[in-house]
Design a protein around this ligand. Structure first.
Ligand code: ATP
Length: 496
């Protein structure tokens, strides 16, 4: 630019950036006048929507606030204080006199609202950022939305709307970090529907206490082979195991409680065993340490992994083939109406029978028979319950034929994947973290269900087993009385 004929240079150029005004301020005045009422309505709707959201998320807090305000306006603060005191006394009495119903009906809502606000709402943005679960595009940050929160005491269920382009697997990778961030013991990720997740932030174990067996059922018709109750799940529901049309593989280290699962199943089947509608066959290579506790309930039982065990397996394999031939063209699958009993084959320490057997010929015959039963036995009404300590592939190369897999306490992470399948551990099935103090606790994965679940088998004691035998055979069990050794004196409860 030229001033008075010379080239002018600005001696002190403005170094701040030019302020950028919102685009709408540049609109012509008449457009602003026209649009203003629409914008006002929009703002009011937005405010109402936000208020409604707060009311939906904190209904109790809002109700109490409104009530306090109304009482104060009507009768003053004395009335407010008196009413609050009365409510606290009534609730205290309720909790004192009947804690279970208090825990069920009163506690969850205040706990949910408190935890939602203090734990999740306040920290959500920070935790999402620090966990790398936010995304940015063109300078805009996209953050997963915190949805419904339900606090159940032992766990918080937190719903999440994922950012577009995110996969549940990303959340599974960050599960441990999320658990630590929200001060939980563990975090499990469940897919609810496309784009929606539910996080289980677990604070304590609801399965710490053993679950006693229920009363034996008298009525055989009440037992459904598709839903046999063998324990309790961590959400307090009965653990129902399918036996008809499936095979069950339960794996756990020594002392994990495989025995309790086995006896819980037999306990549930007792009326059907008594009426002959279910036949139990058993192989216990440990010389009867497990099945020898109640051999009377089995129609056939072998206490080693030798020729007798192999013959029993081959007999059952032959039954499978014979039934399949007989049902062909007539029936798709076994029903009680066929008149054939449902067969449950229990193999304790399956590996001893099909992998650790020293005699190669017997080992191969056993493997062949077990494969025949597991691959063809579902429809003809034969179920294998295999119990195992070592889940390596070379031990049971046909694990995939067991459509219900149960991982009890295991030593290492890879074992969990071997038992439950790839990806199930990432969804929360941490069987390698089951405590030694809680035998009978297991993670189960059923065919057709994406999510695994955690449960505890009933604790079947020796007395229960006596009751079971008496129930099935009709003959009371008399255990030998344990007498002191001659010449021994008992002092303070210990043998002298
Ligand atoms: N569901 C349960 N609830 C409480 N205690 C249990 C339960 N199951 C097993 N136990 C206890 O844990 C101990 C080990 O159980 P169990 O013998 O069934 O384990 P296991 O896995 O069969 O071991 P192994 O492979 O050595 O036979 C027993 O003392 C038993 O009383």
């Amino acid at each position: 630019m030229s001033v008075h004929g010379s080239r002018w240079a600005d001696p002190a150029p403005l170094e701040i950036s030019r302020p950028r005004l919102p685009w709408w301020t540049l609109l012509p005045g008449w457009i602003k006048v026209v649009v203003a009422p629409v914008a006002a309505v929009w703002v009011v709707c937005w405010l109402v929507f936000q208020l409604a959201r707060v009311a939906v998320r904190y209904p109790l807090t809002i109700a109490v606030a409104v009530l306090v305000g109304w009482l104060q306006a009507q009768s003053g603060w004395w009335m407010v204080a008196f009413t609050l005191l009365a409510v606290v006394v009534v609730l205290g009495l309720w909790r004192w006199r009947h804690a279970p119903s208090f825990g069920r009906f009163v506690a969850p809502q205040p706990r949910t609202e408190f935890r939602r606000f203090s734990v999740y709402a306040c920290q959500w943005r920070t935790v999402m950022r620090l966990s790398d679960l936010v995304k940015s595009s063109r300078g805009k940050e996209y953050r997963p939305a915190l949805g419904r929160v339900r606090s159940e005491g032992w766990r918080d269920r937190v719903r999440v709307r994922m950012v577009k382009g995110q996969a549940p697997e990303q959340w599974e990778l960050h599960a441990s970090g999320l658990a630590h961030a929200f001060k939980a013991r563990s975090c499990r990720v469940r897919v609810l529907k496309p784009g929606r997740l539910e996080l289980d932030l677990v604070h304590s174990d609801p399965l710490v206490h053993p679950v006693a067996v229920p009363d034996l059922v008298e009525d055989a018709a009440a037992v459904d082979l598709k839903r046999v109750t063998v324990g309790r799940t961590e959400v307090g529901k009965p653990w129902r195991l399918r036996l008809l049309g499936t095979h069950v593989l339960a794996v756990g280290v020594s002392g994990a409680g495989k025995g309790s699962l086995l006896w819980s199943i037999v306990w549930a089947l007792a009326p059907l065993i008594r009426s002959g509608k279910v036949r139990l066959a058993g192989i216990d290579p440990k010389g009867g340490m497990e099945l020898g506790q109640a051999p009377e309930v089995f129609s056939k039982v072998v206490f080693d992994n030798g020729p007798d065990a192999v013959v029993l397996l081959e007999e059952i394999a032959a039954t499978v083939k014979e039934r399949a031939t007989r049902y062909r063209g007539r029936l798709r699958a076994w029903t009680p109406e066929t008149g054939d009993p449902f067969i449950l084959l229990v193999v304790d320490e399956l590996a001893d029978v099909i992998a650790y057997q020293a005699d190669k010929g017997l080992r191969e015959r056993a493997s062949r028979a077990v494969q025949t039963i597991t691959s063809q036995g579902r429809a003809p009404g034969v179920c294998v319950l295999g119990l195992l300590q070592d889940p390596r592939k070379e031990v049971v190369s046909f694990r995939h034929l067991f459509s219900t897999r149960i991982a009890m306490r295991l030593d290492e992470k890879p074992q969990v994947d071997m038992v439950l399948g790839d990806g199930v551990r990432e969804r929360g099935a941490t069987a390698h973290e089951i405590s030694e103090q809680t035998p009978g606790v297991a993670w189960a994965k059923e065919e057709g269900r994406r999510e695994p679940f955690r449960a505890r088998a009933f604790h079947v004691t020796d007395t229960d087993l006596d009751e079971l035998v008496t129930f099935v055979t009709g003959v009371p069990v008399h255990r030998a009385e344990v007498l002191n050794f001659p010449g021994q004196r008992m002092e303070g409860g210990a043998a002298a």
